[in-house]
Every structure is written in C-alpha cells, then in structure tokens.
Design a binder for this molecule. Structure first.
Ligand code: PMP
Length: 396
C-alpha cells in the first residue's frame, strides 16, 4: 500500500549538532545577546587573496560550465603534486576524485566500501559525521574509547579487540576533531599492521594535517609502505588549511577501482564540484607555504592561550591538543545533580555564561566539552573568564 511515509534511511538522519549549536548562538546574537561562540568548526580568517582572485578570473573567463565528475585534470594534477611533495604519497591524477568537501568524500567512501552489516572502527572521541555516514551506507560503527590521560591514543590491544570477521574499515583522523590529538607514528603502524593482517580499508581523514603545533607532525598513514598505501583512502580538502569552508572543495585519493566507483557515484549524485571553486583550489595548492604558515602560527598561539586559561579553572583537566583548532577539556568534576551530563553543562554555559561550546557526548567523549579556538584572542579571554565565573558558582 502506498503511504506518505519517509524511508527508514531518512529516519537515520538528524541535524548536525555542531551546526545546531552555532545556529542557536547566532539566534541569540541576533536578539542582541552578547554570545561568545566556541562552537564553530571553521577558521575565522578570510580566504587568501590569490585564491579569491583566481576564482573571480575563472568566472570572468567563463569557467561556469560542468566539469568531469572527478574534477578538472589541472586540479587533480595539482593535488597529486601536493600529495607527493607534502605527504610522500604517489597518486596519479586518475586516482583522485575531487568533491564538494572532505565530508562529501567521506560519504562517497562509505557508500562505495560498505555493504549492510559491515563494521567500521572509529576511535572515540570522533567526528560524529563518520558514524552517521557509516549508518547511512548500511554499516555499523564499532567504537574504541580513549581518554585524555592517554592523549586520546588507542592501545594496540584496544585496536586488535575491535576487529571482527565483519570489520571492513578503520577511520584514522589525525589531527582529530574533536580532541586535537595527533596519533603517533607507532599507533599508525599498529593500525597498518592490523589492516594488512585482516584485509581492512584505512580511511584517512587528513583535513587538519597542516594545523599542527609544538613541532608535532601528522604523517599520512598511506606513506608507511606500499602495501598500506594500496589499502588506504586519503581524504583532505581546502576548507581548514586555506580557510575555504564555503567553497566546498575536498577530495579522496584512492586505489583506482575505489576512485572509479566514487567518480561513478558523483556522476549520478552531484557531478563535479563548482567549476570556478575548482580554479580557486588550484591556486591554493600552488601557494607557497608561508600563506598557510601565518594562520597555523596564529592558531598555535591561541591554543597556548586557551589551554593556559582553561587550566586555571579548578577541577578541569585540559589535555594539550597538538593539532586542529579544538581543545577538549574533561569537565566531569562539574557534573552531577541538576547538571548530570555534558549536554546539560553546555546548555548551562550558553544560558548562564552566554558562551557556546559543544557537548563532548556528541563525539562519544562524555564528560568533556569541545571549544574551538578559531576565534579572536579577545573572545578567548572573555569567553574563558565567563566559563570560569559560571563554573565558580558551582562546586567542582
Ligand atoms: N573531517 C573532519 C574531521 C572535520 O572536522 C570536518 C569539518 N568539520 C570535515 C572533515 C569536513 O570538511 P569539508 O569542509 O571539507 O567538508
């Protein structure tokens, strides 16, 4: 019988909690309330001028028509050159599929890799989009939990115990959203060992790779050896490195059959990403390092500022993030009674301190909150002072 119901797949969909909190904070701002936002997952810098100029030129020259679904060759060549130069990864342009953002590439990856019931290992706290996209593809997230005391690094035993005969893939996100943790080379090797032994795909989301601090490096897991490379899908994009979140340009680089399947999927779903945005992205990948270094250095000094200020609040544990632009303090000392969960605490901070943070449970990092320091130093100082004041009214 025909009924006006939605698919069970649609029932899996819920609004992105991080975008939701930003929207709520913006609505309060629109009412004239002075809200300080630590919710945003995007750099607060303008897109570098040469990139903007390249896109304007492209528009003026009439680059306004469809491109191949995987993106224009010139862009895929620029990405291949970047992956070789910066990551030690030797992809040909036809192994690269550009997309409407790294998020889109993660979606494509799950769609082309997973059958119903296939398991994908996630290391918590993790970016919640992975779990939702795995479920949308019929897969099952299998979660390993890590702690701030262990710098959010899983042990080999934990990794090993998560593998079952149904495991199809493992997601590696280093530097991590939400913890800012960078996985040590040794952990990447352990993941690679398991992937090779059990025939697992490695989905490496490297979107924050250039935002690393204190001399940390975030190696590409696919560069650990030819055999690992053959089982790795490397995902990245322009959003975070070049402050291009709204341009919607990302990519996946993968073994040819995987890349072909993703390109076929895009043929039927999105076609290629916006033509003149692709022209801007070519410019981004050809920019000298200094263009990115200024933003990275600014994030590093904000990281030091926010970590130092948060550590002055009694009872909060603040692991030092080594990358991305998030800090993920443990606030469990403040939970209990009327503020039972990190969700309650985040609501309390929004109403009482007029500060927007993301509850850690969104990322299966219960007892934590996530603060993005992609905001001005002044707001970091004012915002953390407000948090300290609001928490000071409660006992840790
Ligand atoms: N991966 C991670 C871990 C992210 O945090 C984000 C952005 N929040 C993305 C991917 C998505 O990036 P894009 O804008 O390229 O879709």
């Amino acid at each position: 019988m025909n009924t006006l119901s939605l698919s069970s797949r649609a029932g899996l969909l819920k609004p992105s909690p991080t975008l939701g909190i930003t929207a709520k904070a913006n609505a309060m701002k629109a009412e004239g309330i002075d809200v300080i936002g630590f919710g945003a997952g995007e750099p607060d810098f303008p897109t570098p001028e040469p990139i903007v100029r390249a896109a304007i030129d492209a528009l003026e020259k009439g680059f306004t028509k469809y491109t191949p679904s995987a993106g224009i060759k010139e862009l895929r060549e620029a990405i291949a050159a970047k992956l070789l130069r910066e990551n030690g990864l030797s992809y040909t342009p036809d192994q690269i599929v550009t997309s409407c953002g790294a998020k889109h590439s993660v979606y494509n990856t799950m769609q082309v890799l997973l059958d119903a019931g296939d398991e994908v290992i996630l290391i918590a706290p993790y970016w919640m989009t992975y779990a939702d996209q795995i479920r949308l593809a019929g897969g099952v997230p299998v979660v390993i939990h890590t702690t701030g005391d262990a710098n959010f690094v899983p042990t080999y035993d934990q990794l090993k115990a998560a593998v079952t005969p149904r495991t199809k893939a493992i997601v590696v996100n280093s530097p991590s959203n939400p913890s800012g943790a960078v996985l040590p080379r040794q952990t990447l090797k352990e993941i690679a060992t398991l992937a090779l032994r059990h025939g697992l795909w490695i989905v490496a989301d490297e979107i924050y790779e250039r935002l690393v601090y204190g001399g940390a490096t975030a190696p590409s897991i696919g560069s650990l050896g030819n055999d690992v490379f053959e089982q790795t899908i490397t995902i990245n994009g322009c959003s975070k490195t070049y402050s291009m979140t709204g341009w919607r340009i990302g990519y996946a680089a993968a073994p040819l059959p995987v890349a072909k399947a993703m390109s076929n999927l895009q043929d039927q779903v999105t076609s290629g990403p916006t033509t003149f945005a692709q022209k801007g992205a070519i410019e981004a990948y050809n920019l000298p390092n200094e263009a990115v270094e200024g933003m990275r250095a600014e994030f590093e000094s904000r990281r030091d500022l926010i970590v130092g200020l948060l550590r002055q609040i009694p009872g909060i544990k603040v692991p030092e993030p080594q990358g991305a632009f998030y800090v993920f303090p443990d606030v469990s000392a403040y939970l209990g009674n009327d503020l039972a969960t990190d969700d309650d605490l985040a609501s309390y901070l929004l109403t009482e301190a007029k500060v927007a943070v993301v509850p850690g449970s969104v990322f299966e990092g219960n007892g934590h909150i996530r603060l993005s320091y992609a905001t001005s130093r002044k707001d970091i100082e004012r915002g953390v002072a407000r948090i300290a004041e609001a928490l000071g009214r409660r006992t840790a």
